[in-house]
Design a protein around this ligand. Structure first.
Ligand code: CUA
Length: 225
């Protein structure tokens, strides 16, 4: 989860978020190298004495400084496209969770299991028994090591179902049903927040996922009243 002064990504809890972090690092390295090169060239211009009498035009250098950036961009574009298509893949999900955004709370439906449904409101902070501004009364329970499909919609305005450690960020629009999927590869409690400015209490509709083993999940769903 996010804590104070955390400038970096949260640790990934899904293979796709891992890939997103790899791509981010890869792109940032290219960006840093480019910035350093361009800064060096700009600074060196200040110390140039402009004494070359014959250099009016040069096809060769123009060719090089046109093609080099183009090749650099291909090195970013191809991994980016690969990620984009990987994120869109469904991979035979085991269960489907439906998430509905409201002003200002989320509600969830496990449509595979005789309509298990509940609302998920943020809870009041009470002296370190819960997480301030991030905890909810009814958490999403999901089995780890399984492909999970999530369907996202809203009833009033646009919300956004966002869980950074899973690499999921999908808008919840009224009248639309958006779909994505993820795979949680470890047990734990993972937090998210709405990321679409949706009104006065936008900051107070967090998302909490409890990732447990499939055995405990079946137990939970069987005993759900
Ligand atoms: Cu819902 Cu912001």
């Amino acid at each position: 989860m996010a804590t104070w002064s955390n400038f970096n990504f949260q640790n990934s809890t899904s293979p796709l978020m891992e890939q997103i972090i790899f791509f981010h690092d890869h792109t940032l390295i290219i960006l840093i190298i480019t910035t350093i090169l361009v800064s060096y060239l700009m600074v060196s211009l200040f110390f140039n004495k402009y004494i070359n009498r014959f250099l009016m035009e040069s096809q060769m250098i123009e060719l090089i400084w046109t093609i080099l950036p183009a090749i650099t961009l291909i090195f970013i574009a191809l991994p980016s496209l690969r990620l984009l298509y990987l994120l869109d893949e469904l991979n035979n999900p085991l269960i489907t969770l439906k998430s509905i955004g409201h002003q200002w709370y989320w509600s969830y439906e496990y449509s595979d299991f005789n309509n298990v449904e509940f609302d998920s409101y943020m809870t009041q902070f009470n002296n370190n028994n819960n997480f301030r501004l991030l905890d909810v009364d009814n958490r999403i329970i999901l089995p780890m090591n399984n492909q999970i499909r999530i369907l996202i919609t809203a009833t009033d305005v646009i919300h956004s179902w966002t869980v950074p450690s899973l690499g999921v960020k999908v808008d919840a629009s009224p009248g639309r049903l958006n779909q994505t999927s993820f795979f949680i590869n470890r047990p734990g409690i993972f937090f998210g927040q709405c990321s679409e400015i949706c009104g006065a209490n936008h900051s107070f509709m967090p998302i909490v996922i409890e990732s447990i083993s499939i055995k405990n999940f079946i137990n939970w769903i069987n005993n759900y009243s």
